[in-house]
Design a binder for this molecule. Structure first.
Ligand SMILES: Cc1cc2nc3c(=O)[nH]c(=O)nc-3n(C[C@H](O)[C@H](O)[C@H](O)COP(=O)(O)O)c2cc1C
Length: 384
């Protein structure tokens, strides 16, 4: 569905001279002075222990991105509570004190290598791949998810119809995010990113066809984004002011690439301003690599630029920006403050250094994530 978006790109914010270098230029955002604008996108690696503890292998893996020159490292989606938040087997959690302790050396390694460490907090909702293994799945409404589970994350067959959440469930989930953020702070992270993108629980609230509620969490976009905003505000009020509380949103989902916010620019504006009012430190738009090029081709304002203009917050663009020319274009054009690199970072953990040295960027190969998306399988493939 095309965007209902009519703003001219010629009105995009003019760039300051210091950003003419694009992704290599320094940035002062969220109280941090960053040497460049490269961020590692959150990527699930199903490489934790069976009971959700981060490992020494994960410590090295995340440290490599920081040593490779990334300014910010965002971890994989990490589950928040012991009820229904877990999405995959061998996903790390931050739901217990011992999981907190396991993350401590990871945060330390990222920070000692000079990068900002952010933990992504994730509740899988109806898209948990564990639905057939005894864990209940919950969602705003009882709507069976589209598509099939993902074998590379241990899923098999169709998703089950989830249990519709009560107001008590909503409060439990919100409290889970708040406690998880406090644990991330205690583990030494600089901040958290609330995963409200890609079809997982908070995005299920934000999506018309998975949210059929008639209470304050369903209906118009301002109601559908309410739970995410409440989580941001509740976290914000319980952590030090310098602790980063970012949010990731997207239109497309892992099980529905075609979904677009039905209200177009108006809906995007409602979402961005609600998150900013709740106290978000940044907005991260997944899929906006393609989004910004599509918008430019259509002569409209990309959502990343809209988010910057409306909120004044730092905005991270993500999706297909592994080509340094595109990454540079998104910064130089004023469409984003930072770019998050996913697959290209898997093949090039030193992506920022390679740009600095004009070294080639190795192409991503889907085989790296096969038969499962573990760090070990990627490492084996990289060595071959
Ligand atoms: C192996 C893998 C795991 C991913 N896991 C997550 C995740 O845990 N949380 C998330 O928000 N996005 C996740 N994503 C999506 C990426 O953050 C990113 O949006 C996507 O790869 C597109 O960016 P790219 O074109 O730079 O790869 C994952 C992507 C990959 C390839």
């Amino acid at each position: 569905m095309p965007r209902n978006n009519t703003i001219e790109t010629s009105g995009a914010t003019p760039r300051a001279k210091s950003t003419m270098k694009g992704v290599q230029s320094p940035a002062s955002v969220m109280g941090r002075d960053l040497p460049n604008r490269s961020v590692v996108a959150p990527m699930s690696r199903v490489s934790a222990t069976e009971d959700g503890h981060a490992t020494a292998q994960m410590q090295r893996y995340y440290g490599d991105f920081a040593r490779g020159g990334f300014s910010i490292v965002i971890t994989e989606g990490t589950y928040t509570d012991g009820d229904a938040s877990q999405g995959y087997d061998r996903q790390p959690g931050i739901a217990t004190e011992s999981q907190l302790e396991a993350w401590r050396p990871v945060a330390q390694e990222i920070r000692e290598a000079g990068a900002v460490a952010i933990m992504q907090l994730m509740h899988a909702g109806a898209l948990s791949q564990r639905g057939l293994k005894g864990q209940r799945t919950i969602a705003p409404s009882r709507v069976q998810p589209l598509g099939a589970m993902m074998p590379e994350y241990g899923g098999d067959g169709l998703y089950r119809p989830p249990t519709a959440m009560t107001l008590g469930d909503i409060q439990y989930v919100r409290d889970g995010f708040v406690r998880a953020a406090q644990r991330a702070n205690m583990a030494g992270f600089d901040g958290v990113e609330i995963h409200a993108a890609n079809g997982y629980l908070l995005d299920q609230f934000n999506t018309t066809y998975t949210n059929r509620r008639s209470d304050q969490y369903g209906g118009g976009p301002e109601n559908r984004i309410r739970l995410t905003s409440e989580i941001v505000a509740a976290i914000r009020s319980g952590v030090p002011s310098e602790f980063i509380v970012g949010v990731r949103v997207s239109e497309a989902k892992v099980n529905d690439f075609e979904y677009r916010w039905p209200g177009g620019t108006d809906e995007a504006a409602t979402i961005f301003t609600a998150l900013a009012s709740a106290g978000a430190s940044y907005i991260h738009l997944a899929g906006e690599g393609r989004g910004f090029r599509d918008a430019l081709a259509a002569g409209t304002e990309p959502y990343t630029a809209l988010a910057r203009r409306l909120t004044g917050l730092p905005v991270i663009a993500n999706g297909g920006l592994g080509d340094p020319e595109l990454a540079n274009e998104s910064i130089r054009g004023g469409y984003a403050d930072l770019v998050a690199i996913g697959r290209a970072a898997l093949t090039n953990p030193d992506w920022p250094r390679r740009i600095e040295q004009d070294a080639p960027i190795l192409p991503f190969k889907p085989e790296m994530l096969s038969p499962s998306a573990t760090i070990e399988n990627s490492a084996r493939w990289l060595e071959s």
